[in-house]
Design a protein around this ligand. Structure first.
Ligand code: GLU
Length: 282
């Protein structure tokens, strides 16, 4: 498998906590790939979830990554400043009649799943049972006029009919057949933030010409959705490299709550950047 030249590689953390050893591994992995390929290295701040992200965590990301020895191109793309790009993409999907408003609360979805006795599971949990899929535009308009908040969901079957079968390349695994249908009518714009991780990451990687998406295996499944969105929005298709995840001594994946393994904590305890890189296994 060969990569497009020059390689454009990014690290895209969310400022919802302090970076830990798992992030150090991911950042250093991406950085090393860029160095090896003589490519460009970008940093992107994924802060669309305003309920969880904080400016102080963003500042800490810069401090920690600089301390680890990383250098990235400026300006850094900060997702929350680009909501119009995501809105534009949603509009393009709407023009193709591929999305619909969903007014359901979690409770209503649960109740419908119980009522129907059908509970198929996808990679992100229960598949949406389609309650709002058949609302007429007059019914949807009325709810919107009444001020009901809504998410936007993808009409998955229609989307797949339009694109036909898709594949993607992972440098660690090879060719993968995309199976986004397992997700059902996935949310592309959340009620509270008007976009979603899936949409924003796909749009940004395209806008920033990222041609090798390096990230942890925890996001492997999400790539099925991203590949579909690229086809629907006629975006270039990168190569992916989903890397292994760092686990604690009990075999659990590191999370932001593991503060003892936060990079800043390790720095304050007197560890050097080289020691932290070695702890992360790089
Ligand atoms: N912002 C995501 C996270 O911190 C990573 C997104 C990506 O690399 O695609 O988990």
């Amino acid at each position: 498998m060969t990569l497009a030249e020059p390689a454009v590689i990014r690290f895209a953390p969310s400022p919802s906590g302090y970076l830990h050893l798992g992030h150090a591994y991911s950042a250093l992995f991406s950085w090393a790939q860029a160095q090896k390929l003589n490519g460009r290295f970008l940093l992107r701040i994924e802060d669309i979830d305003t309920t969880r992200c904080r400016k102080s965590f963003e500042e800490a990301i810069y401090t920690d990554l600089k301390w680890l020895g990383l250098k990235w191109e400026e300006p850094v793309r900060i997702q929350s400043r680009h909501m119009d790009d995501y809105k534009g993409a949603l509009q393009r999907l709407d023009d193709k009649n591929l999305i619909y408003p969903c007014f359901c609360t979690r409770k209503e979805i649960q109740a419908e799943i119980l009522r129907s006795g059908k509970a198929p599971h996808g990679p992100e949990g229960h598949i949406y049972p389609g309650i709002c899929r058949n609302l007429s535009s007059a019914q949807s308009e009325e709810k919107i006029t009444l001020g009901q908040s809504y998410a936007l969901r993808l009409k998955m079957d229609k989307a797949i009919d339009l694109t036909g079968p898709l594949t993607w390349q992972d440098l660690a695994v090879g060719t993968i057949e995309a199976t986004p249908e397992r997700f059902g009518d996935v949310v592309l714009a959340r009620k509270d933030i008007n976009t979603s991780y899936h949409l924003s990451v796909t749009i940004d990687d395209a806008l920033q010409n990222v041609n090798c998406v390096t990230r942890g295996k925890d996001l492997f499944e999400a790539t099925h959705i991203h590949r579909l969105l690229q086809a629907l929005l006629e975006l270039p298709v990168p190569t992916w490299h989903h890397h292994d995840l760092i686990c604690d001594e009990k075999g659990n994946r590191l999370a932001k709550r593991h503060n003892a393994l936060a990079i800043r904590e390790l720095r304050e305890r007197g560890h050097s950047p080289q020691e932290v890189a070695a702890m992360a296994g790089i």
